[in-house]
Design a protein around this ligand. Structure first.
Ligand code: NCD
Length: 302
């Protein structure tokens, strides 16, 4: 069985990889300590775009498993002196990094490194509007944690800026492969340009989408990835698509799981009451995010 050493897209995961990473994540969720499991390994985090959750989850995972963990601060790095992405990555490799965690603004840029990095491990921590596989694994494990073994037949509704969301793309790939029924809820301007494989139903109506949902995932408007973002009115969007207490109580099942990859914009795609309410799994996702990053690093490096 080939070892997983590049995790650039959901399709890089075999069924066996997903089972193994999920099992390990649940062990780390139960706080099974594996101090020192990454002793002697060097992990470099290269984030060419802003991040809170993903970067810190990786750093916490790397440090608590005993790796030497370094993060390049973009504000003070030589990227600002004109160094190319490829040269920056090669520099970190020459310093002995065993695994590189990379986030880029440009979709597909990380693919450039796939062949250049040989056996070295590489993780895509989000590339433009394309993929964010470790967030999708986090969301998959969160759903399993809250709703049990079986994802088959579960109705998952993804609402918001699907067009510019790499989280949505990776989640659709992974959850549909695992048998979930995926509904996309969005205004026309946030629907993907081409229909996405794995989506079973598309609607402009949040009310309609909510009716049979077991899980609803909300998305931030990805302003930094939209060139014409000034043309989109946040107020107009939230009047129709913000999930608030009233819509939740009127249209959704009592036990619907409300998810959001963060960062959340209260009052735009989600009300404060729903974000902090009994159905919200947002902080469980954050906790699972650390466990999943520990599991992925452990799985790839040991
Ligand atoms: C997302 C991202 O950066 O793609 N957040 C995350 O990684 N948890 C979502 C977003 O930026 O809205």
């Amino acid at each position: 069985m080939e070892k997983l050493n590049k995790l650039l897209r959901v399709d890089d995961l075999s069924d066996r990889d997903l089972v193994n990473i999920t099992d390990l994540s649940f062990e780390y969720m139960r706080e099974k300590v594996s101090e020192g499991v990454l002793k002697g390994k060097v992990v470099a985090n290269l984030f060419f775009e802003n991040s809170t959750r993903t970067l810190l989850a990786f750093e916490i995972a790397e440090k608590s498993l005993g790796a030497v963990s370094v993060t390049l601060n973009m504000a003070t790095s030589s990227v600002n002196k004109g160094e190319t992405f490829v040269d920056t990555v090669a520099t970190l490799e020459a310093m002995g990094a065993d695994l590189l965690v990379i986030r880029t603004k440009d979709s597909g840029l990380i693919d450039l490194m796939e062949d250049k990095t040989g056996d070295r491990c590489l993780i895509n921590a989000g590339d433009g509007v394309r993929e964010h596989p470790t967030q999708a694994i986090t969301d998959y494990c969160t759903i399993r944690h809250l709703r049990g073994e079986n994802i088959t037949g579960l109705n998952v509704v993804i609402c918001g800026d699907v067009r510019h969301s790499r989280v949505a793309k990776s989640n659709i790939r992974l959850l549909s492969k695992c048998g979930a029924n995926i509904t996309v809820v969005a205004p026309e301007y946030f629907l993907p340009e081409k229909p996405l494989k794995g989506v079973s139903f598309v609607t402009h109506s949040l009310e309609e989408g909510l009716r049979n949902a077991d899980v609803v995932m909300l998305l931030r408007i990805q302003k930094e990835r939209i060139s014409e973002s000034s043309a989109i009115s946040e107020n107009g969007y939230s009047a129709l698509y913000m999930l608030n207490e009233e819509k939740l109580a009127t249209f959704a099942k009592k036990d619907v799981v409300v998810m959001h990859p963060g960062p959340i914009n209260r009052g735009v795609e989600i009300s404060g009451g729903v974000a902090d309410g009994a159905n919200s799994a947002i902080l469980t996702q954050v906790r699972m995010g650390v466990a999943v990053r520990k599991a992925i690093l452990h799985y790839m490096l040991v």
